[in-house]
Design a protein around this ligand. Structure first.
Ligand SMILES: C[S@@+](CC[C@H](N)C(=O)[O-])C[C@H]1O[C@@H](n2cnc3c(N)ncnc32)[C@H](O)[C@@H]1O
Length: 380
C-alpha cells in the first residue's frame, strides 16, 4: 500500500502557494503513439485504440456502459419556461439548453451525470470531515443562504435540513433539482454570469462549489457575492483541479489518467472559462479584490481509488473513483468533441482505458481541491 503522508490536508494562510504538484511523471503506460493532436498537445484517438489493442479489448472496451447513458430529453420542472428545458443532445447525452442563455456548460445534465454529482457531494462532505461548510457560521442565527450553481441541489437540501431556521435559495441554469425539498429551501433559475437578481446585503452566507469551467470572470463572481452578502456575512468557495497526478510516478505522461486534465485545461481555454482556479489562486484573488477579509484556505489532495494507507483517505478514494467511474463519458465527451472532434466511439475507447488504469491498482492517482472562505467586513 502506498505511503499517503503527502495527502494530509492542511489549513494554509491566504497567500500560501500550493504544494508544488508532481512535475515529472516518468512511467509510460499503455503508450505506443507519442504523436500529439493539433495545437492542443493532446494524444489522438489512435493512441487509445492502440492501448486497447494491447489489452485485446477492441470492440469490447472494458465494461463501459456508455450505451445506457442515452437519456430522454423530456424531464421537466413545472413553472420553468419551455426554452430552459429545450435541452440539447450531443452524442446521446443531454446538455443544458443554450437557447435560454448564452451559457455553455461542459457537463451533461441527465440522470447519469446527476447521480455522479450526488456521489461527489458525498465524497466532498467526507473530505471535510462530514461538514457541509468550513466558514464559522453561527448555526443558531444563520438566516438567508445562497448556493449558486446548485446542480442537483443536494448540498442546499442537506444544508436546509440541518439548519431548519435558515432560508436557503439554490440557483442554476438547469432545472435539474427535485421538487420534494425541505420547506425552507427553494430553487430558482438564474445565470450567475449575469448580474444577480438578489438585492444588496440580502444573504448571511453565499456558497459555491465546483464551478470550475463555468465562470468567465471569477472577479466579477466574487464582486456579486460581496454585493449580496450582508456586512459580517460569509462567502465560501470549494473548487478542484482536473489534473491527475501521482507522487510516485505511477501516473505516467501518456496514461489516460494524466491525459484527463488536459481535456479540461485545453477545453476551458477554448470556452473562455478556466479550469485552473486553483493554479491561478482565483478564489483567493477574487475574494480579496471584492473586499472580503479574514480569509482562510484549506488545500487537500484527494486520492482516486482505495490505495492510500490511511483509512479515511481510502474511503474518500473509493468514492472519488466511484464518482468518476459512474460517468466518465458525461464529463469528458463535450470537451473531447469540442477540442478533437471526437464522437462517441473515440470517447468510449479512451474512457475504457481510463477505467482500466483506475481499477488496476497499479496507479496511485490523486487530484487537488481547495476550500476558501472569507467574511464581509462589518462596516461596508
Ligand atoms: C459541477 S456542477 C456543481 C453542482 C453543485 N454546486 C455541487 O457542488 O453539487 C456545476 C453546476 O453549475 C451550473 N452552472 C454552470 N454555468 C452556470 C451559470 N452560468 N449560471 C448558473 N449555473 C451554472 C451547472 O448547470 C451545474 O449544475
Amino acid at each position: 500500500m502506498a505511503d499517503n503522508k503527502n495527502l494530509e490536508d492542511k489549513v494554509a494562510s491566504p497567500h500560501e502557494t500550493e504544494d508544488p504538484a508532481v512535475s515529472e511523471q516518468s512511467t509510460a503506460t499503455a503508450a505506443t503513439t507519442q504523436v500529439t493532436q493539433g495545437t492542443t498537445g493532446m494524444l489522438p484517438a489512435q493512441h487509445w485504440l492502440e492501448a486497447a489493442e494491447e489489452n485485446n479489448e477492441v470492440g469490447n472496451p472494458g465494461d463501459d456502459d456508455a450505451d445506457s447513458a442515452v437519456e430522454d430529453t423530456a424531464s421537466s420542472t413545472a413553472s420553468i419556461s419551455s426554452s430552459i428545458i429545450d435541452y440539447r443532445t450531443i452524442n446521446g447525452r443531454r446538455y443544458h439548453s443554450e437557447t435560454s442563455s448564452n451559457t455553455q456548460y461542459w457537463a451533461a445534465n441527465d440522470e447519469r451525470q446527476n447521480e455522479s454529482l450526488d456521489i461527489i457531494h458525498h465524497l466532498l462532505t467526507l473530505s471535510l470531515g462530514g461538514k457541509l461548510f468550513l466558514a464559522p457560521l453561527d448555526k443558531k442565527t444563520v438566516g438567508r443562504v445562497l448556493d449558486i450553481g446548485t446542480g442537483t441541489g443536494i448540498w442546499a437540501i442537506d444544508f436546509a435540513d440541518e439548519n431548519p431556521q435558515a432560508e436557503v435559495i439554490g440557483t442554476d441554469i438547469s432545472p435539474i433539482q427535485p421538487s420534494w425539498v425541505p420547506p425552507n429551501l427553494k430553487f430558482e433559475i438564474e445565470d450567475f454570469t449575469q448580474a444577480w437578481t438578489f438585492p444588496p446585503k440580502s444573504f448571511d452566507y453565499v456558497h459555491m462549489r465546483y464551478l470550475y469551467g463555468s465562470v468567465p470572470d471569477w472577479h466579477a463572481l466574487f464582486r456579486e457575492a460581496y454585493r449580496v452578502c450582508r456586512p459580517g456575512g460569509w462567502v465560501e468557495s470549494f473548487e478542484a483541479s482536473p489534473m491527475i497526478y501521482s507522487d510516485d510516478g505511477t501516473v505516467g505522461d501518456t496514461s489516460a489518467l494524466a491525459e484527463w486534465g488536459k481535456f479540461f485545461l485545453e477545453g476551458g481555454k477554448k470556452l473562455g472559462r478556466t479550469f485552473t482556479p486553483l493554479d491561478d489562486d482565483l478564489q483567493e484573488k477574487g475574494m480579496e479584490e471584492a473586499g472580503f477579509v479574514d480569509m482562510q484556505v484549506r488545500k487537500q489532495k484527494v486520492p482516486i481509488g482505495g490505495w492510500a494507507a490511511d483509512k479515511k483517505l481510502r474511503e474518500i478514494g473509493r468514492f472519488s473513483q466511484l464518482s468518476l467511474d459512474s460517468d466518465l463519458e458525461g464529463y469528458v465527451l463535450y470537451m473531447a468533441n469540442l477540442l478533437l472532434g471526437w464522437g462517441r466511439d473515440e470517447v468510449t475507447v479512451y474512457c475504457a482505458q481510463f477505467r482500466r488504469e483506475m481499477r488496476s491498482g497499479n496507479y496511485h492517482p490523486y487530484y487537488n481541491q481547495r476550500v476558501v472562505w472569507a467574511r464581509k467586513p462589518d462596516i461596508s
